[in-house]
Write a protein that binds this ligand. Structure first.
Ligand SMILES: [Zn+2]
Length: 245
C-alpha cells in the first residue's frame, strides 16, 4: 500500500499559480497567504464526529425542523477565500435528495459528488479523493436512495436485454454487478440493487490506495447509507473506519 503525504500539495500549487498571475500587482499578498486551507482553520472533526453531525442534521430534516446553518451572506464571506468541508457526499443526481438539505448543512460544509445512481468511474473517484487527500475531509458518505430511477432503468435494460440511448448504457454496465448480486436475494430487485450498489461502492472506495491509507491512520471514515424518499431518513448500512455513536 502506498503511503501518501500529498495533503496541501495542490493548494501550494494553486497558491504558486496565484502568485504568478498577480505578479506586479498582488504577488506580495499571495505570498503571505499561501494556504487557503490553513487560513480557514476550522476545528477538524473525527470521522465519527462528522457522521454524528450529519446524523443530527438529518434528524432536523426528518422532523421538518431545518435550521438552515451556514446559509447567510456572512458565511459566504467567511468561506470565500478557503473551504474545509467536513464530509464528501457521493450520491445520485435525483432532484429529491439534495445533500445540503437532507443533512441540514450549508455553504462550505459538504463536497457533493452526484452522478446517475452514484455510479463511479476514474474521474469521479479522483473528485472523491480530492477532499480527503487534499483538504483533510474526514468522512465520505455514499448515499443510495429509495426508488432510484437510474437503477430502475438499468434493471429493466438488463432484464430485457435492450440498450439505452446515448451514454446511458455506461450506467447499466456500472450497475450490472450489483444487479447480479441482488438478483439472488428475492424481494424488490430495484431496492436490493440500490443497496448492493451502495455497499459495493463503499468497498471499492475503502480499497482505493490513497483512501485506504487515510482510513488506516484514522483520518477518514466511509459511510454507506440509504435515503428514504418517504421519510427523509438516511439509514446507515455500513461504517468503515469509524464507530457510529
Ligand atoms: Zn437515483
Amino acid at each position: 500500500m502506498r503511503e501518501y503525504s500529498r495533503r496541501g500539495a495542490l493548494w501550494t500549487g494553486l497558491a504558486t499559480l496565484g502568485a504568478v498571475a498577480t505578479a506586479g500587482t498582488g504577488a506580495a499578498q499571495a505570498a503571505t497567504n499561501p494556504s487557503p486551507a490553513a487560513s480557514s482553520s476550522p476545528v477538524k472533526l473525527t470521522p465519527a464526529q462528522a457522521w454524528a453531525k450529519l446524523w443530527r442534521g438529518n434528524r432536523h430534516w426528518i422532523a421538518g425542523r431545518l435550521q438552515h446553518p451556514h446559509q447567510t451572506v456572512q458565511r459566504r464571506t467567511e468561506v470565500a477565500q478557503a473551504q474545509s468541508p467536513f464530509a464528501a457526499v457521493v450520491t445520485c443526481i435525483d432532484s429529491r435528495i439534495s445533500p445540503e438539505i437532507v443533512f441540514d448543512q450549508g455553504i462550505g460544509d459538504l463536497f457533493c459528488l452526484r452522478t446517475g445512481a452514484h455510479t463511479v468511474d476514474g474521474l469521479v473517484t479522483a473528485s472523491i479523493e480530492y477532499g480527503p487527500v487534499e483538504n483533510g475531509t474526514p468522512l465520505i458518505v455514499v448515499m443510495g436512495h429509495q426508488r432510484c430511477g437510474a437503477v430502475k432503468a438499468a434493471v429493466e435494460a438488463i432484464e430485457s436485454g435492450h440498450h439505452l440511448p446515448g451514454h446511458l448504457d455506461e450506467i447499466v454496465s456500472a450497475l450490472r454487478g450489483a444487479y447480479e448480486e441482488a438478483a439472488g436475494q428475492g424481494g424488490d430487485i430495484v431496492d436490493k440493487t440500490v443497496r448492493a450498489h451502495t455497499l459495493r461502492t463503499v468497498n471499492d472506495l475503502a480499497a482505493d490506495d490513497v483512501l485506504a491509507s487515510l482510513i488506516e491512520k484514522g483520518e477518514l471514515g466511509i459511510a454507506g447509507t440509504y435515503y428514504s424518499l418517504d421519510t427523509g431518513q438516511v439509514s446507515l448500512l455500513k461504517a468503515v473506519g469509524f464507530n457510529p455513536s
